[in-house]
Ligand binder design. Structure first.
Ligand code: PGA
Length: 246
């Protein structure tokens, strides 16, 4: 049985005081939660949030990471710096990184391998644009992002996939549970082909894209949907907690 994994991506939101307040509320309200949980605050908030979630059932994540360990990379944050703060997980290949900041699969693959080499868990985000879906290319796009994103990765035990159709992110438009599950099933079959049946059965595939308290349970009821990567609704305990306890 796979564990449901609900992650909150806070994106570029919150001051330290606001982040501390949200993290404190989540720790209190998710104490009896039955699933696996993560919050991913901005880099500048990680040191504030770390002592609040330490010892709780909420893991500490980062939203991105440099492709190099250290060096002359102005404006970047390294895996060593993240580990130093107690970060256990890094979100890589988020659609906002791919589309706003033009990260390509080769760069994302470099980050994935570096994070795994350092023992971090990786949430690798994939997902198609609206025009790609309309052209019938959703599966092909996701397949290519997985094949290229995981090139050279042998062990998937610390890899989570987040399927986030780009047209559903922050738009209020959610994929239907059936459409989402179809891609999740496709991804699981692909993992089976690449890594074998055991890896396919074990890998956690989150859905992301306008997950809300009102649609979380229907999505999670689908056979291949093992959790959620939540953006907008992760910014308030009132909306994240009901998702996390769907
Ligand atoms: P959203 O974002 O829940 O606001 O659509 C999801 C994500 O980008 O991870």
């Amino acid at each position: 049985m796979r564990t449901y994994y609900i992650a909150g991506n806070w994106k570029m939101h919150k001051t330290r005081a606001e982040a501390a307040e949200l993290a404190g509320a989540l720790v209190a309200q998710l104490k009896d939660g039955k699933h696996k949980y993560l919050v991913a605050p901005s880099f500048t908030l990680i040191e504030t949030v770390a002592p609040i979630v330490r010892g709780s059932n909420i893991l500490l994540g980062a939203q991105n990471m440099a492709p190099e360990e250290q060096g002359a990379h102005t404006g970047e944050v390294s895996v060593l710096q993240l580990k130093d703060l107690g970060v256990t997980t890094v979100i890589l290949g988020h659609s906002e990184r791919r589309h706003i900041y033009k990260e390509d699969d080769a760069l994302i693959n470099k980050k994935v391998k570096l994070a795994l080499r350092h023992g971090l868990e990786v949430i690798l985000c994939i997902g198609e644009l609206l025009e790609e879906r309309e052209a019938g290319r959703a599966e092909a796009v996701c397949e290519s992002q997985i094949v290229k994103g995981l090139e050279g990765v042998e062990d998937l035990s610390r890899v989570v996939i987040a399927y986030e159709p780009v047209w559903a992110i922050g738009t209020g438009k959610t994929a239907t549970p059936e459409d989402a599950d179809a891609i999740h099933a496709y991804v699981r079959r692909l993992i089976g082909k690449l890594y074998g049946a055991g890896a396919a059965e074990k890998i956690i595939i989150q859905y992301g894209g306008s997950v809300k308290p009102e649609n979380a349970a229907q999505l999670m009821a689908k056979e291949n949907i093992d959790g959620a990567l939540v953006g907008g609704a992760a910014l308030k305990a009132d909306s994240f907690v009901p998702i996390a306890k769907f």
